[in-house]
Design a protein around this ligand. Structure first.
Ligand code: ADP
Length: 192
């Protein structure tokens, strides 16, 4: 069994970019619930039809739908050798579901990409202009940040209380600088 890592951090912190790079370096699949849900919306599956308006508003897709989607993905052969989960869990209920479904394959550590709110809003508005993601308008961005603070940030305290360390990494800097910090943080954690 390879690494079983969670990526935590607010919208706009750079999780997708860094998770893609780190998963490749570690040889585990990068599993992004945001990417999976956007693909479901694009292809018009039943899940996609249920998720579309919720995502456009910046709210969380219901736990039962997301948990089922992730459980199915983690049951695929490539995830037997580990995973890097990005965008899941997003609240304590999802974290509990993950722990109980995965047993021995539960996450071993979480990495938190830390970026202040002002920088996040600037990055997300910039991404909106460049890529036209429908959930990147200012009102939805504020909503997503609020949902993150209310629902997801508590996981930063929850995981250590369950014996899963959270490695906090400064997410301000170039892509390569931040990636270097992630690799270093993992290496240091492995030595402890
Ligand atoms: P970001 O990190 O920029 O917020 P994501 O790509 O991770 O974006 O997610 C986009 C949207 O997909 C979220 O705002 C939410 O509506 C939905 N989503 C993604 N993951 C989850 C999840 N684990 N639980 C509920 N909703 C989710």
């Amino acid at each position: 069994m390879g690494r079983r890592i969670l990526f935590l951090g607010p919208p706009g912190a750079g999780k997708g970019t860094q998770a893609t790079m780190l998963a490749r370096a570690l040889g585990v699949p990068h599993i992004s619930t945001g990417d999976m849900l956007r693909a479901a919306v694009a292809t018009g599956t039943e899940l996609g039809r249920k998720a579309e308006a919720i995502m456009a508003a910046g709210d969380l897709v219901p736990d039962d739908l997301v948990v089922a989607m992730v459980a199915e993905r983690l049951a695929a052969a490539d995830a037997a050798c580990g995973y890097l989960l990005d965008g899941f869990p997003r609240n304590v209920a999802q974290a509990d579901a993950l722990a109980s479904k995965m047993g021995d394959g539960a996450p071993e550590l979480a990495m938190l990409l830390d970026v202040d709110e002002e920088e996040l809003v600037a990055r997300l508005l910039n991404r909106a202009r460049e890529f036209g993601r429908t959930d990147d308008n200012e009102q939805t961005i504020r909503r997503r940040l609020h949902v993150y603070q209310e629902e997801t940030e508590p996981l930063v305290g929850f995981y250590p209380s369950r014996g899963v360390p959270v490695l906090t990494v400064d997410g301000i800097g170039s892509i390569d600088t931040v990636f270097g910090r992630l690799v270093l943080a993992l290496a240091q954690a492995d030595q402890e």
